[in-house]
Design a protein around this ligand. Structure first.
Ligand code: NAD
Length: 324
């Protein structure tokens, strides 16, 4: 069988750079596109273009495969993106930049005749929940009431991709990711998400020390290890599942519990000081029977995933101390 050609947008980012590696392992020819190269390791893409995908002509150029034909698969993961602190403070940037990327990339892919188009949406499309409420299923995203502008942008971009799919016969697959973590994810600088931010704080703290966390630590969340997410992306892309599909591990923990898991892995004793900060929703739990119906199953417990991630973040903290 001829090797498939895949375009990964956002290939310099956390999930995109891992996805390039996975697609290479599965025998694809891969082009990555991003504003930057991956920060923590060499890309494994066959070709890597540094382009701003907010520009229409850059999207049009990136979807032309080297042989002049269209790509078999486009994975659209480029986004102006970060954890709660970033989502809270950069709503205009998120709405503008991510919409522009999605508008141009969806259009360019459909015009070029791309066969399969994957869009990375988010659990942020769902409304806030009470911690003990039953899990939401995909259809519960409507009537829509996302808690933040990041979620609204994702809903708009999901619907745009579906509209282009219907009109131009492009197969569109939409995944709604739960909070995902792992080695080589952003761990400092303001865009990091809770597992990375807390791992960094714990790695920086002395044994017996104190770390600050935003809010009272009771917000309930589920966290997905990167390898589980990649399994879901690949399965979904090659499946018949239409419309939004949730991908995420159903292991719900409070932020305080997450601190405990990381502390256990670190071997330290850590005390928590609760401070004011952007906390986000109280809870967000979703069903995963749709992705389960095509064989997806989480392989990594939170503890197992953190055991892979914390040592990597600790290494980054130590390396940055040495270079100071
Ligand atoms: P990331 O920030 O590490 O990766 C996004 C990449 O997009 C970055 O490398 C960035 O440089 C690139 N990008 C931003 N603007 C660009 C532009 N104008 N042109 C070209 N490239 C541009 O984020 P991630 O965690 O890898 O997330 C990937 C996708 O998954 C995003 O769409 C995100 O919204 C979605 N998602 C992630 C999570 C998570 O927990 N990580 C959860 C839900 C959804």
């Amino acid at each position: 069988m001829a090797e498939k050609k895949a375009l990964v947008c956002g290939a310099g980012g956390f999930i995109g750079s891992h996805l390039v590696r996975r697609l290479k392992r599965e025998g694809h020819w891969v082009r990555g596109v991003d504003l930057k190269y991956p920060e923590f390791s060499e890309t494994e893409a066959d070709e890597f273009l540094i382009l701003d995908l907010r520009e229409q002509n850059n999207c049009e150029n990136s979807v032309i495969a080297p042989d002049g034909n269209s790509f078999d698969e486009v994975y659209q993961l480029a986004a102006d993106m970060g954890g709660m602190g970033f989502i809270d403070s950069a709503e205009c940037e998120i709405m503008r930049n991510s919409c522009l990327i999605n508008i141009h990339m969806t259009h360019a892919s459909a015009m070029r005749g791309v066969k399969r188009y994957f869009f990375s949406s988010s659990a942020c499309v769902y409304r806030d929940m009470e911690p003990d409420e039953p899990e939401l299923s995909e259809k519960d995203a409507f009537p829509a009431l996302p808690d933040n502008e990041y979620g609204w942008e994702k809903l708009y971009s999901e619907r745009m991709a579906m509209a282009y799919g219907r009109r131009f016969g492009m197969i569109v697959r939409l995944a709604r990711f739960q909070n995902t973590y792992g080695p080589e994810g952003t761990w400092q600088g303001g865009r990091e998400k809770a597992p990375a931010a807390l791992s960094r704080k714990i790695a920086e703290a002395d044994n017996g020390g104190i770390i600050e966390i935003w809010g009272d630590g009771t917000a309930m969340r589920a966290y997905t290890y990167i390898d589980d997410l990649l399994d879901g992306i690949i399965l979904l892309m090659h499946s018949d599942l239409e419309n939004g599909v949730n991908i995420g591990r159903q292991e719900y923990v409070s932020v305080n519990d997450l601190v405990k898991v990381i502390t256990d892995v670190s071997g330290k004793t850590i005390n928590i000081k609760h401070i004011d900060g952007p906390v986000g929703v109280k809870a967000r739990n979703f069903r995963v029977d749709r992705i389960g119906s095509i064989g997806w199953k989480s392989r990594f417990s939170l503890k197992e995933g953190i055991a892979q991630t914390y040592p990597w973040i600790k290494m980054q903290v130590e390396a940055s101390r040495k270079s100071e």
